[in-house]
Design a protein around this ligand. Structure first.
Ligand code: 5GP
Length: 190
């Protein structure tokens, strides 16, 4: 069986990474996403154990203390982290394991797994990012403003990633990432 690979996928909030990820899953049946733990409250429609493991701060600290997290970071007042369990196993089982995480955690994973593929998704412009965040109506005004401030900082990390892809046209963006995945898989399994 071929080996899998680890893909670190980051983007400012509202850049469309979940939509892009869903499209990629339609093209590759061996993509899996690591389900993160977070202390953020669930948004409408989010399901525990599917979108995230929604945990208390106490439980999150317990995971940190017990080496249960590969990486973790504080984002906009909440903790987010990747459970260790599952990631290594997915790669061993030949899966393309996606970590859809913010930039600080991504740096840590790149250090731990130097041969991972790292992709940073950028919005066409700051204005379009703001429009998308307001349009999706999942966060209040204050949260959107702080997410936009964080986005500015996150953009400064983009050169640390192997690939930077602009999400202007969804199809073009998905085609580009699809090609990256195919090329990387070919390289690894040559
Ligand atoms: P959201 O609250 O919009 O679901 O996620 C906020 C940010 O946290 C996003 O950039 C998302 O990719 C990131 N994130 C989600 N899970 C993790 C994780 O396990 N670790 C880190 N470092 N960031 C995460």
């Amino acid at each position: 069986m071929n080996n899998g690979m680890l893909v670190v996928f980051s983007a400012p909030s509202g850049c469309g990474k979940d939509t892009v990820f869903k499209e990629l899953c339609k093209r590759h049946n061996n993509i899996v996403e690591s389900v993160s733990a977070t202390t953020r409250k669930p948004r409408k429609g989010e399901v525990n154990g599917v979108d995230y493991f929604f945990v208390s701060e106490e439980d999150f600290r317990h995971m940190i203390d017990n080496d249960g997290l590969l990486e973790y970071a504080m984002y906009n007042g909440n903790y987010y982290g990747t459970p260790v369990k599952g990631v290594n196993e997915s790669i061993r089982n030949g899966k393309i394991c996606f970590l859809i995480i913010e930039v600080q955690g991504a740096q840590r994973v790149m250090k731990l797994f130097p041969d991972c593929v790292s992709i940073f998704l950028v919005p066409p412009s700051e204005e379009i990012l703001a429009q998308r965040l307001y349009k999706r109506k999942t966060d209040n005004e204050q949260t959107i403003k702080s997410r936009l401030e964080i986005a500015k900082v996150e953009m400064t990390f983009k050169d640390n990633y192997t690939y930077t892809v602009v999400n202007d046209n969804l199809d073009v963006c998905v085609d580009t990432i699809d090609k990256i995945l195919c090329d990387e898989l070919k390289k690894r399994n040559a």
